[in-house]
Design a protein around this ligand. Structure first.
Ligand SMILES: C[S@@+](CC[C@H](N)C(=O)[O-])C[C@H]1O[C@@H](n2cnc3c(N)ncnc32)[C@H](O)[C@@H]1O
Length: 250
């Protein structure tokens, strides 16, 4: 996706009350996921992959002394830098799969890795494996992860009619046992390719190295009345856990 499309995405997120309500639910669920893995005291540091303009990244400051955000969009990284405290945050321009990414972070290791709506931008199975490897390299032995990912309901006709009301369009082109391939567009921006990886397929991938759990996003949505008057199956899941070395502490 090009930089201008991401600017459109930023505009879309605040375009009307219903979209606001939807992203409020997203934020609430993301934070609840972080609370599930947080120690009683704060993490020393946390990194948010595919951070966009850094809104969710900055929420992490309640749970970590220092935060880092990484994104491949120059405009969004610039926006994140402009709206954050440079003493506590570091926003880095990079593709998370790039080889040089690690040296940009001075080989730093993190207590927490988060990613919201990132996995769906990696279109090939090999890239999911690369991302997992990257996360293992980034995390301390006791490290935790929180991912916000599209749920199985994301590609359903019911979700399509709900999100059409928000001004978001999607079309599904191909289904396989672990992935729905499609395209989406918001506010008449260009069509962008996306893959909805089945959450259970991703869970299976991460289970070798991590304890893996899911939040009950349906319950959060019920108590939050998060999507305006529409109580639909939530189109996202929150998956979280710790590295297996620290599994006894989960
Ligand atoms: C849907 S946005 C989500 C932004 C943010 N996490 C949020 O929830 O507000 C996806 C973000 O992932 C970034 N992205 C996609 N593929 C990436 C990659 N390979 N490396 C780094 N960033 C990537 C995009 O630039 C975009 O900002």
């Amino acid at each position: 996706m090009n930089d201008d499309n991401w600017k459109d995405y930023q505009r879309f997120k605040i375009s009307n009350q219903d979209v606001n309500a939807y992203y409020d639910l997203v934020r609430t669920a993301f934070i609840k996921g972080v609370e599930k893995v947080s120690p009683p005291s704060k993490f020393s540091n946390a990194i948010d992959l595919g951070c966009g303009s850094g809104e969710l990244t900055q929420e992490l400051l309640k749970y970590a002394d220092l935060i880092t955000g990484v994104d491949s969009s120059p405009k969004l990284i610039q926006l994140a830098q402009q709206t954050s405290d440079p003493m506590k945050s570091n926003f880095v321009l990079s593709d998370v799969l790039d080889q040089g990414f690690f040296s940009l972070l001075n080989e730093e290791r993190f207590d927490l890795v988060t990613a919201a709506w990132l996995h769906n931008h990696l279109l090939h199975e090999t890239e999911q494996h690369q991302l997992l490897k990257r996360i293992l390299d980034l995390l301390n032995p006791e490290g935790a992860f929180v991912f916000l990912i599209p749920s199985s309901a994301f590609a359903s006709p019911r979700t399509q009619s709900f999100i059409a009301k928000l001004g978001w369009k999607q079309a599904w082109l191909e289904e396989s046992y672990h992935c729905s391939k499609g395209v989406y567009s918001f506010s008449d921006s260009d069509w962008v390719e996306m893959n909805v990886w089945q959450p259970m397929w991703l869970a299976d991938l991460y289970m070798k190295d991590f304890s893996v759990n899911f939040l009950d996003v349906k319950a959060i949505s019920l108590s939050h009345r998060g999507m305006g008057d529409s109580l639909i199956e939530p189109p996202f899941d929150v998956m979280f856990g710790h590295r297996k070395e620290s599994i006894n502490k989960v």
